[in-house]
Design a protein around this ligand. Structure first.
Ligand SMILES: [Zn+2]
Length: 559
């Protein structure tokens, strides 16, 4: 009790000589007018180091005028799109926000569910397009920073998010938003859901700019030939239908000369035209809604998906990756110029980061002499099931392999826990498969067992009871997993999703209102962005998995 009184006295003593009224007023008003959250899907951290000399636009401006966190990395294992975006958006790790993968095995219904699939909502297509299903953020167990901003600052905040991917737009926006818009890449339709509702400006924009207008265009090199860092014939086998491994890439669908088809939309999503389109859509949102002009702090989230599609197809050492970033730099330069004019330079704050990095193409890595490869999940499943045969469990013993997660059929995991010999047999079988580094059991990840390695610690941060698998299989570095029935021999591109550094390392660049420019070598994770925006906007988040990047914030000097 005494202690409380002392504290109260100390507090009132501070207030007695506290800021003059006008100073307090100025401080209260000092908030950014607009928060801009930019995510470049699969942009690995080293792309900034390697390619910034070729940039002249927005990426360059972020490096020059912003705070660049040079050693930022995700600390968890599930380095996938939905997980990364939810982390950026909530300021928490998957063990807290529950978005453990792009898709996981729903044990109750014995089927795969995507992180945004919602049986209680219906997707709505703009401009007469077609789509199916229903998506929302209902599986995200924490509010997005954007939602907290709206909730805690009087409700005037407009929340707008765009991406090609539902799992990116939805996680950035949160459970409710003024506009959360993504693309149904099968039909080419721009889509939202009944969780959000349609917005007239999106309808208008999509009608005025149909994606089919880009039909027949060609993606040719943007930079001069000598600017590309790697050999154009470097490994990287195009898996986009109708495209070869080398430039140029024509956007002509499956058969040259036909009308826009699903293949065209896939090509378009893998081309720079998609990034430009999203940028223009974001600018239309700023203009139509008057973002940054209402007196409240508005929120604009844009996730550029194309770098991910390009990276999966051509690999991180391709001309295409370098090219798409040089073009994105140009688009972002235009976006920032637009924001300077409409919102005012210094009135908005921007963060740019990525949801995950990427591994080199295994065949490319093998050229270095290192052991790299592709781990076939069907084969791994086969080996584990065979190892359990002598124990006479009801088959199938494994319900699903999903990425690194193994889900046993109902009841099997309980029986294995009571039969150490059977558990050992299945773990040994997995461990013996070439390319497997370790196998972790759910019991080890979920009950707070002290992590004995960085990789296991990363798996703990990804573990969410009920959603994560019964086992987590960690591949060796530079190994990918492949779930296709055709087997690993057909695998030509690359991927991500491991606790290895190439998947965890991403850039964090902050710029604008309240940000102190410079290079920062302090440890940081993308979960730090939301709490940092939190202090700039006077918003408190529920969890503190992330920290405030205070070293990059301007401090008001004492009066
Ligand atoms: Zn990806």
């Amino acid at each position: 009790m005494v202690r409380v009184v002392v504290l109260l006295c100390a507090a009132s003593a501070v207030w007695a000589q506290a800021p003059k009224p006008e100073v307090a007023k100025r401080t209260a008003a000092a908030r950014p007018k607009l928060v801009v959250m930019l995510v470049v899907d699969q942009m690995r951290a080293d792309y900034v180091d390697k390619f910034q000399s070729q940039w002249k636009g927005g990426l360059k401006r972020l490096v020059d005028e912003g705070a660049w966190f040079r050693v930022a990395a995700y600390p968890y294992a599930a380095t996938e799109t939905c997980v990364g975006h939810a982390t950026i958006s909530t300021g928490a790790f998957p063990a807290s926000h529950g978005m453990v993968a792009n898709a996981w095995w729903d044990r109750d219904n014995q089927k795969m569910v995507t992180c945004t699939s919602d049986p209680n909502v219906k997707n709505l297509a703009y401009a007469g397009g077609t789509t199916k299903g229903g998506d929302s953020a209902w599986r995200m167990r924490l509010p997005a920073y954007a939602e907290e901003l709206k909730f805690q600052t009087g409700g005037g905040t407009r929340i707008v998010a765009f991406s090609l991917k539902a799992r990116a737009a939805i996680t950035l926006a949160g459970h409710k938003a003024d506009a959360a818009t993504w693309m149904d890449t099968a039909t080419g339709a721009w889509v939202t859901s009944s969780a959000y509702g349609t917005m007239p400006f999106v309808e208008d924009f999509v009608k005025r700019h149909p994606v089919s207008e880009d039909y027949g265009k060609t993606w040719a090199p943007f930079l001069s030939e000598g600017s590309y860092l790697y050999d154009e014939s470097a490994t990287g086998v195009g898996t986009v239908d109708g495209w070869g491994t080398m430039f140029p890439h024509a956007l002509r669908g499956k058969e040259t000369g036909s009308a826009p088809d699903a293949t065209f939309f896939e090509q378009w999503a893998t081309s720079p035209f998609a990034d430009t389109y999203l940028t223009k859509m974001a600018e239309a949102a700023v203009d139509s809604l008057g973002l940054g002009k209402s007196g409240a702090t508005d929120y604009l989230g844009v996730s550029y998906s194309t770098v991910d599609y390009v990276g999966h197809t051509f690999g991180p050492r391709s001309w295409e990756i370098q090219d798409i970033l040089a073009r994105l730099d140009k688009d972002l330069g235009e976006l920032f110029t637009h924001l300077d004019q409409k919102v005012g330079r210094g009135n908005y704050v921007v963060a740019l980061t990525a949801d995950h990095g990427v591994a080199p193409i295994p065949a490319d890595m093998q050229k270095t002499g290192f052991d790299a490869g592709v781990l076939s999940l069907p084969e791994l499943k086969d080996r584990m099931e065979k190892a359990l045969e002598p124990f006479n469990y009801t088959k199938p013993t494994i319900a699903r392999m999903a990425g690194n997660e193994v889900y046993f059929s109902p009841g099997i995991h309980e029986q294995l826990r009571q039969n150490p010999a059977a558990m050992k047999a299945v773990l040994d079988a997995a461990q013996a498969m070439p390319g497997v580094a370790a196998v972790y059991r759910a019991e080890e990840l979920g009950n707070g067992t002290t992590p004995i390695s960085q990789a296991r610690k990363a798996a703990v941060l990804s573990y969410f009871p009920g959603r994560s698998g019964d086992l987590y299989v960690l591949q060796q570095p530079y190994w990918l997993t492949d779930s296709s029935a055709e087997g690993s021999k057909r695998y030509t591109g690359t991927g991500h999703g491991t606790p290895y550094y190439y998947d965890q390392r991403v850039p964090i660049l902050l710029m604008g209102f309240g940000i102190k420019a410079g290079e920062y070598f302090e440890a940081a994770t993308p979960a730090d962005i939301a709490p940092t925006f939190g202090v700039l906007t006077g918003v408190t988040l529920a969890t503190h998995d992330g920290r405030v990047l205070s070293e990059a914030l301007q401090k008001r000097s004492a009066k």
